[in-house]
Design a protein around this ligand. Sequence first.
Ligand code: NAP
Length: 351
Amino acid sequence: MDLDEPQSGTRQTQTQTQARASARGMRALVQRSHHGPRDLTLTTGLGRPAPGPGAYLIRVGAAGVNFADVMQTRGTYGGGPQAPYTAGFEAAGEIVGTGPGVPDPLPIGTRVVGAGPGAFAQYMTMAADDVVPVPSGWSDAQSLGLVLNWATALAALKPLGEIRAGETVLVHAAAGGVGQAAVRLARHYGARVIATASPGKHGTVGALGADAVLDSRRDDLADEIVRVAGGGVDLVLESVGRATFEASLSVARPFTGRVVVFGAASGDAALTTHDLVFSHPVQVKGLHIGAMAAAAPVLYRSVLDELGALVAQGVYPPGTPCVRPLAEGPAVLEELAGGLTQGKLALDPWR
Ligand SMILES: NC(=O)c1ccc[n+]([C@@H]2O[C@H](COP(=O)([O-])OP(=O)(O)OC[C@H]3O[C@@H](n4cnc5c(N)ncnc54)[C@H](OP(=O)(O)O)[C@@H]3O)[C@@H](O)[C@H]2O)c1
């Protein structure tokens, strides 16, 4: 069943524009090689995807842009799609169709946020198990990040990071999509936060409540962290990889310190058994939020439930992403790849 019926006022105009657009075929950003974002191409006249078993068809209201999109364009994302493919994997929008075999399907018209293939498009499909209703009163764009940035930050801090009030937490890339969520959450759970970011982003991170913000590129980063922390760090959220990994291991408290690794924006870093036994006897934990959803669904559901409670308490406020037209997607990804962005980024497939 489809939902392209006209409604009242602005919404009617918007819906009519969308209906005309869909009659001409769908617009999407298609990645044609693994040479990076420059080979991401705005393509028109595509057919809408069909929701397979257990999936919804979503009319995308806003698509989230993540560092993983950059990695996919370079072919460095583990298990990522092979070119050519419709890019993007996070979006919020309206359910406009339901595939076979969805138990207790959400009604057509329900607005949801979630992940699925081909999000940089006007329509995409999402596995029914992977969607979460958009929080009441929030726009599609405001809900982006719930199942990616915020879920990753919370999973890293709580079930994996075992954060406790009074502990010192180090958050790298703290002005980024995941980083901003992590700083807010770590402060909420009563931790002292030491953050790293490029100097031009320090004001943003300080405004989120970080106790100290350090230049992520300084040569003596580890020494400076230990000096500011007054000793070791209890928990490190490590997402930068090559440029910071050694510092992260060396500032974590021996034996009790946890280093949760969930990204490598500057490239991969290596860790040997020798490192863990002789140089850095710390607890290193890996995190991929999609893998957690698939392999540890009860744990993942507890993360989503806690996020729901944090939304209700106002600890997790509506997002304020920078929303750009779909055609600017390649530029947005280049900026993200170059470390030039702050906060959550999004694309509007109807602009
Ligand atoms: N495992 C998971 O499930 C999962 C889920 C979501 C995200 N992630 C990972 O979490 C990290 C943050 O993701 P995000 O989407 O929120 O991106 P982001 O933090 O908004 O952007 C990446 C940031 O990394 C920092 N950075 C440091 N060295 C860099 C380099 N050599 N090149 C580019 N950036 C560099 C930059 O911040 P500064 O300039 O301030 O240093 C940059 O803005 C990424 O590594 C991503 O892959 C993992």
